[in-house]
Design a protein around this ligand. Structure first.
Ligand SMILES: NC(=O)c1ccc[n+]([C@@H]2O[C@H](COP(=O)([O-])OP(=O)(O)OC[C@H]3O[C@@H](n4cnc5c(N)ncnc54)[C@H](O)[C@@H]3O)[C@@H](O)[C@H]2O)c1
Length: 358
């Protein structure tokens, strides 16, 4: 139903319906495009959410989704959503340049907001969103999906528990043919996921970024980027992102002092491989020299907890809003990622020269 206006008071509802609604988060999803559809599906399926509106200014996109969710209202702009006092939270899945104005409008209207990545296209804008969310006392969550992935959470626990020893370095590949975007490059489109996870696992922000890339398909828009993030203590992370590649790869490798792990998100059942492999340095006291010995042990493929990462992410946001729980991928996380993206962007323009992260 595409609504011009709406009736939205609780009057006339049964007590049980009213009770159900109070334990549910009433939400609107703005942006019913390729990714917004996945968010719509997950918010519609979660019993702790009540999807009241789908908002998209592109009528065919809106109508195709409304046909799947009878009873959900369709509107063309955010004003119409925010005019309804029942709406408690807004999910923004529109093109990156619209994230800041739509999130600002939502927070100013006193609603919680979930913003797809990247949070903003400049750290100044990201900072102002973080400040605004704190000022109005509402949740600001960023769609850094990978940080909610059960396999990433398992790696995080292993790292915290000392299973890998200290992490020397890590690298990731997020490559495929498509989706080619025209208002952001592959770095801004694909790297936020990896940057968020790298900073989380290393519990630090890189000090500098060197990035090289190339624009093949469109002017001034890099299709492929190779970036190195350097941390103050010498740890390194290397990210390879591309939407111009024959392979669909979503893989991360972690090399620790005691063990090594690969996370292959394209594998249905064997996502994590733990290699009992390490290089150990000891001292040869007779010759006053360091000796490197290599250990090659078993490979263990643990069962990782199941669940679609997006449904976990969606439930996390709902619980943060309803139960006041802290947000894992909050505005600060979004801001940190944008700072790294910005440094990488400057490095790209300087032919790969290292650029300090602000
Ligand atoms: N978390 C993830 O893994 C993931 C994956 C893909 C995309 N995304 C993000 O999701 C967002 C959307 O990507 P997409 O691929 O769905 O794009 P898309 O172009 O397919 O869809 C965007 C939709 O937003 C609508 N829209 C734009 N501005 C609007 C406005 N002001 N009001 C109402 N509707 C508006 C457009 O009409 C379009 O239907 C992007 O920020 C992208 O980075 C996240």
């Amino acid at each position: 139903m595409i609504a011009a206006g709406w009736e939205c008071s609780g009057a006339g509802r049964s007590a049980s319906e009213q009770g159900r609604m109070e334990s549910q988060l009433t939400v609107a999803v703005v942006g019913a495009g390729n990714w917004g559809r996945n968010l719509i599906r997950n918010f519609a399926a979660d019993r702790r959410a009540r999807l009241k509106y789908i908002c998209d200014r592109h009528r065919p996109a809106l109508e195709s989704q409304l046909a799947l969710y009878p009873g959900v209202r369709g509107v063309a702009d955010l004003d119409a959503v925010l005019a309804d006092p029942e709406v408690q939270a807004v999910i923004i899945a529109t093109d990156a340049p619209t994230h800041v104005p739509l999130a600002t409008q939502t927070l100013n209207a006193g609603r919680h907001v979930f913003v797809e990545k990247p949070l903003a296209l400049s750290s100044a804008d990201a900072e102002s969103l973080v400040r605004l969310a704190a000022k109005v006392g509402r949740k600001l969550m960023v769609g850094h999906l990978l940080a909610h992935h059960p396999a990433v959470r398992t790696v995080e626990e292993m790292l915290r528990g000392g299973l890998l020893g200290d992490l020397y370095y890590m690298y990731s590949q997020r490559i495929n043919l498509g989706v080619v975007r025209s208002n952001e490059n592959a770095w801004w489109s694909l790297a936020p996921h990896d940057i968020s996870v790298v900073c989380r696992l290393l519990n630090a922000t890189p000090t500098e970024v060197s990035a090289q890339g190339q624009c093949y398909l469109q002017k001034e828009i890099e299709d492929v980027v190779f970036a190195t993030l350097r941390f103050a203590d010498g740890r390194l992370a290397h990210l390879h992102v591309s939407w111009l590649d024959p392979h669909k790869i979503r893989r991360m490798t972690f090399v620790g002092t005691k063990k090594m792990i690969t996370f292959d998100d394209m594998s249905a059942t064997e996502k994590l491989w733990i290699y009992d492999k390490a290089a150990e340095v000891s001292q040869d006291l007779r010759n006053f020299a360091d000796v490197v010995s290599l250990r090659v042990g078993d490979i263990v493929i643990p069962k990782t907890p199941g669940g679609e990462p997006l449904s976990i992410e969606v439930r996390h946001f709902i619980e943060a809003c309803l139960d006041g729980k802290p947000v894992r991928t909050d505005g600060e996380d979004g801001l940190r990622v944008v700072r790294v993206l910005e440094a990488g962007q400057r490095s790209l323009k300087q032919g790969g020269a290292p650029v300090k992260v602000e």
